[in-house]
Design a protein around this ligand. Structure first.
Ligand code: NAP
Length: 249
């Protein structure tokens, strides 16, 4: 099994599958983060070289099933996984944790992409808490009127807004600490991807409690025709079924 990872769910899957007889798994990480949290079991790091490189890797390593447990915003690898799995006639499942549901009291403004988020953020506040990770910060780089608190695991590589502070941190984040950040930095607007998951959800609760608006960037669509599940347990059920159907392991 090839497990495309870089998420908490992928690490959970690697741990569970490592403990099950009859599964041989390799987790794959892009290698973006300088000190990644490594999953249990075998791990490979780095790009495959597009869909064709991934197809060749699947063939060379006799992969019998692919689990795409990458982040909902990692669109290129998910598209490559679909193309490569189809070309290899290998079954694929895509694990996408559910989106965060909007709650009473939330002041959410939806944005279709990073550029739209930057535009609408400019109208909503002066002190922005930017929690979109390291990639995509350049979409906000021309905004010189606002001040930004940019939180990411590693520093952004590209252009950043002129007035900013970078906060290097890795989730999970606790509610009390998120509320303190909002208060201490005088944050009046939060920007987030619709990542979902409980590791980074506290900022939304803190924003609700503080009464500040949140710009929520919509997820890109999952490639068409792909089986999508929402939980680690559903992936395990699927893998057991694939093993039965195809005589894997
Ligand atoms: P992306 O735009 O979809 O991928 C760009 C390229 O990076 C891919 O074409 C592929 O290179 C390589 N790649 C991505 N994920 C890979 C993986 N798991 N194993 C091997 N190669 C991979 O991805 P991204 O948004 O940069 O995300 C990179 C990684 O960070 C993903 O594993 C994702 O789960 C994780 N992550 C992303 C976000 C986010 O907001 N985007 C947040 C948290 C974690 P080749 O074409 O050369 O194969």
């Amino acid at each position: 099994m090839l497990l495309l990872g870089g998420t908490r769910e992928a690490r959970d899957l690697a741990r569970i599958m490592s403990g099950e007889q009859g599964f041989e798994i390799v987790s794959s990480l892009a290698g973006r983060v300088r000190a990644p949290l490594l999953p249990e079991g075998a791990v490979r790091v780095g790009g495959f070289g597009g869909a064709e490189g991934l197809r060749a890797w699947i063939a060379d390593n006799e992969v019998r099933a692919v689990v795409d447990a990458t982040h909902p915003f990692a669109t290129a690898i998910s598209a490559n996984a679909v193309a490569a799995a189809r070309a290899s006639d290998v079954p694929l499942v895509c694990l996408r944790r559910p989106s965060w549901p909007q709650q009473p009291g939330d002041r959410w403004v939806r944005a279709t992409d990073l550029a739209a988020a930057a535009q609408v953020t400019a109208t909503l506040g002066e002190r922005v808490f930017l929690t979109i990770g390291r990639q995509g910060v350049d979409a906000f780089a021309k905004q010189d009127r606002q001040w930004f608190l940019i939180r990411a695991i590693d520093p952004p590589a590209g252009p950043v807004p002129p007035r900013h502070e970078i906060l290097l941190a890795r989730g999970p984040f606790a509610l009390a600490a998120e509320s303190r950040l909002i208060a201490d930095y005088g944050i009046d607007v939060l920007v987030t991807k619709d990542s979902g998951g409980d590791q980074t959800e506290a900022k939304l609760v803190a924003a609700r409690a503080a009464g500040i608006p949140v710009v929520v960037i919509d997820r890109p669509p999952v490639p068409e025709g792909v089986l999508v599940v929402e939980t680690v347990a559903q992936v395990m059920d699927w893998l057991h079924q694939v093993r039965t159907d195809r005589g894997c392991g």
